[in-house]
Ligand binder design. Sequence first.
Ligand code: AMP
Ligand code: MG
Length: 269
Amino acid sequence: MKPRDTRVKPGSRVSLADWHTDGDAFVGKDKAASMARLDDDRVRLEELQELLYAEGKHRLLVVLQAMDTAGKDSTIRHVFRGVDPLGVRVANFGVPSTHELRHDYLWRVHPHVPASGEIAIFNRSHYEDVLVPRVNGAIGHAECERRYRQINDFERMLSETGTTIRKFYLHISKDEQKKRLEARRDTPKKRWKFQPGDLAVRAQWDDYRAAYDALLSATSTRHAPWHVVPADDKLARNLIVSALLIEALEGLDMRYPEPVAGVAGTPII
Ligand code: AMP
Ligand code: MG
């Protein structure tokens, strides 16, 4: 697999219609082999996260964005299954409260960025603020452009202060979303996830896609790149996200801290 194929080149114009939603280019027909690879990746991610925590120097921010049902929750569950909860935090961003709306849109986001040694996962993020209000007409073109710049500035600041950022757009097709919404509607254990509002958002599919095209084009930077992850196939999606996170952590050149002087050979009484 070549994870780099999913990366949005900074400055390029994205049209999601040109990006695959199926994972065929990434996983072979041998499902058992792919599942074994995911198990290996989990072990590797666990080792790297332990090292990140032990060294306590770097920070990793993972941003997940997607249309409904693309599998943000399930990606978190599967990819991070092996990691130590002590060093990983998930932040969910829902509809802003009236209190949050009285502040700038980054105000509620900043407290959730990772501390040294931590991984923070954003399940939705500040990118909702250039999606929902844009599609609903609450902000116009100029404000949206201003927010792209502010977001790039914010992420550059995080990067310059020691945070590695990886952003994933989980890319599903409209047909696949239909199947998954039907499954939510028809499966008792999944029904709790079905919200009538999801259908209203689905009806605005083209508008959301246009908003994603624009934000992916404007905010994939060298220090905080976007990856478009094919998500019709859940296994491919999980494999791609794990591989990219492993690559990001391996790039940090981390080391276990030196033991306290004299520890080796100390008799334990
Ligand atoms: P869920 O992820 O299914 O719990 O839904 C969360 C909802 O909150 C989604 O409909 C998001 O679009 C919405 N949401 C999250 N952040 C914002 C935001 N900044 N502005 C408006 N809606 C948001
Ligand atoms: Mg939902």
